[in-house]
Design a protein around this ligand. Structure first.
Ligand code: ADP
Ligand code: ZN
Length: 596
């Protein structure tokens, strides 16, 4: 979102600059033209044909011409005032005059050398299109960040952050691991004298929103050193060779203001494995090579720490992870219940809650949420409470906010046909009924056919305490629950819809992981098969893909069959729940239980 805005601004300024240049060019052009033509603006003009007649009639006393100019001054015998004439062609006019003088017409012809000013303006005018094109080119190059120092520094932010470890909730172990970096930045001499080697580069791995940037900023804030940040994707959006020069300049600047922290977000954008390819790929290689050179090029007394963030450490070129480069990895996991509660506390500090609100409860209800999502929930809750004119944030505001962050905003305005509503009702009732009869699946919290975000309806489950391991049975049953929606549509309405596409996508991914990551398939067994590195020799031949496909299909087929069996066995319940949904649009956990 932010990046889009930035690009928009960039485009906007470029267009503005181009328009400005064109305007200036036109103004200059007009001025020059005017200067050229109206040298004697207040003189009266005489038509060319009249002048010829007057020459023939011997009425002309004097003609004054300037080389290179298309105007001439004419003095008539019987008039005091000089007149001006515009000549269609100076060459032809001179020939004509020679002819006339031979014919016996007498008058004085003065030929002035070229007016320097006129000459310059004319040259300029003729060069104008070229200049304009040049300016446009320069602008275009600048837009790409070429050769302009200011531009390069613009996109990388250097700031003095006031973020401290106190602003980072949870992540105690990670903070402990990073505290030595803070000490080092504060008192590098102490470490150097001891001969201690401090890691240069630290890789922070974790999902977006888990607080990687936050913790990097906190290190800078704790050590009271500047924080220079740049995003990997910014390096690659540029012309050939620029990525590398940007990396060089980034490090140059860091060394100048050391001690400091460099933070490279999305390092996978530049740090992805090098290839033999040309074009965009080889450009990427150059950028990465430069980064490696810079990481190796630090002097021991330079106190610059490079922190980089990625969600896909396995994508990174191995060279990046070698000693002296990003040789330390810290994984930032999504917070557990305790961590979530602490994050909620930090972001709830300046918000007014109704007295019955227990942040611990919300923490329990939001398993899997990242720090950013939790912060978002509280902010949304505050907005909802304001709109609803509540004095404080109430429980329903928080519940709405959680839903908004997970499934999107309710869409009351969308007009839904009865047929679609029916389909959604049976689909969601299908999920709910099927999970009800699955041992390992969580209890239903809410079923709704009110559209939210992209979904026509949703079934929400209660979350239990955080789990670190998931059993095979649980995963199989998850597949069944996911396919319960499609199974219900098929059996109850004898038709299937596109509404199940997300369920199918999620189910397929789970099944794939079961086979290739968790070794849960009978025919392949416990072998890690997820393609990590297409450039390294593969252990298995190409046929392994077919075998994986067959196993995934078997898992999905079985799950779909089971889902249909459950629906068939409980058709009466499915109908009852679906009809109630059509009537009320939303069913709570308690109401759902009354059907059983
Ligand atoms: P990442 O860099 O991992 O994508 P950010 O550091 O940008 O994530 O986190 C986004 C926002 O989420 C932070 O600005 C902060 O408001 C909130 N946040 C994330 N993790 C935490 C945390 N552990 N404690 C407090 N706030 C957090
Ligand atoms: Zn569904």
């Amino acid at each position: 979102m932010k990046d889009k805005q930035k690009n928009k601004n960039k485009l906007y300024y470029t267009i503005l600059a181009i328009v400005a240049v064109i305007c200036i060019a036109v103004i200059i052009g007009v001025l020059l033209f005017a200067n050229n033509n109206n040298e004697n603006k207040n003189e009266k003009e005489i038509a060319y044909t009249d002048l010829i007649k007057k020459i023939e009639n011997n009425e002309v006393e004097e003609i004054e011409m300037t080389v290179g100019s298309t105007t001439a001054k004419v003095k008539l015998k019987n008039e005091e005032e000089e007149k001006q004439v515009i000549l269609p062609s100076t060459q032809a006019f001179i020939e004509l005059i020679q002819e006339k003088t031979q014919d016996g017409n007498e008058f004085k012809l003065i030929q002035n050398p070229t007016n320097v000013l006129v000459k310059i303006s004319e040259t300029l005018l003729s060069l104008l299109p070229t200049i304009l094109i040049l300016v446009l080119f320069i602008l275009l190059f600048k837009m790409q960040g070429l050769g302009d120092k200011g531009k390069i520094y613009d996109s990388e932010k250097s700031e003095n952050t006031h973020t401290t470890f106190e602003d980072v909730a949870g992540l105690d172990e990670e903070k402990n691991e990073l505290i030595e970096i803070v000490d080092f930045l504060k008192e590098p001499k102490k470490f150097q004298e001891m001969g201690a080697k401090i890691p240069r580069g630290i890789l922070l791995c974790g999902k977006p929103g888990t607080g990687k940037t936050l913790i990097a900023k906190a290190i800078a804030g704790e050590a009271k050193v500047p924080f220079i940040s740049m995003s990997g994707s910014e390096f690659i959006e540029m012309f050939a060779g620029l990525g590398a020069s940007r990396v060089r300049k980034l490090f140059e600047k860091a060394k100048k203001i050391a001690p400091c922290i460099i933070f490279i977000d999305e390092i996978d954008a530049i740090g992805a494995r090098r290839t033999n390819a040309s074009g965009a790929e080889s450009e990427n290689n150059q950028t990465l090579n430069q980064l490696l050179v810079e990481m190796d090029g630090f002097e021991t007394n330079e106190t610059v720490i490079v922190l980089a963030a990625t969600n896909r450490p396995e994508m990174l070129d191995k060279a990046l992870l070698r000693p002296g480069r990003f040789d330390r990895q810290i994984t930032i996991a999504t917070p557990d219940a305790k961590g979530r509660e602490e994050i909620l506390k930090i972001h709830g500090k300046d918000k007014k809650f109704a007295s019955n609100i227990d942040l611990k409860e919300i923490a329990n209800d939001t398993a899997g949420f990242t720090g950013a999502e939790l912060a978002n929930v509280l902010n949304e809750a505050a907005i909802i409470a304001t709109i609803k004119k509540h004095k404080k944030i109430e429980e329903e505001d928080l519940e709405d906010a959680v839903k908004k962050v997970t499934v999107g905003l309710e869409k009351h305005s969308r007009v839904i046909s009865d047929k679609d509503k029916r389909l959604t009702a049976y689909h969601e009732a299908g999920h709910a009924i099927v999970s009800k009869f699955l041992e390992t699946q969580q209890d239903v919290k809410e079923v709704s056919i009110i559209p939210r975000g992209l979904a026509g309806g949703y079934t929400m489950y209660k979350t239990n305490e955080d789990k670190y391991y998931i059993s095979k049975t649980e995963m199989e049953e998850k597949l069944i629950a996911l396919l319960g929606g499609r199974a219900a549509e098929k059996i109850a309405l004898n038709d299937i819809s596109t509404g199940a596409s997300n369920d199918i996508e999620v189910a397929t991914k789970i099944a794939q992981d079961m086979v290739t990551v968790y070794g849960m398939s009978d025919n392949i067994g416990p072998i890690y098969l997820k393609q990590k590195d297409p450039y390294e020799p593969q252990v298995f031949g190409e046929n392994i893909d077919d075998a994986i496909g067959l196993e995934v299909k078997k898992l999905i087929d079985n799950a779909y069959k089971k889902a249909q069996e459950i629906i068939l066995a409980h058709m009466d319940k499915l109908q009852a729940v679906a009809e109630r949904l059509l009537e009320k649009e939303i069913i709570s956990a308690e109401e759902f239980e009354t059907f059983f």
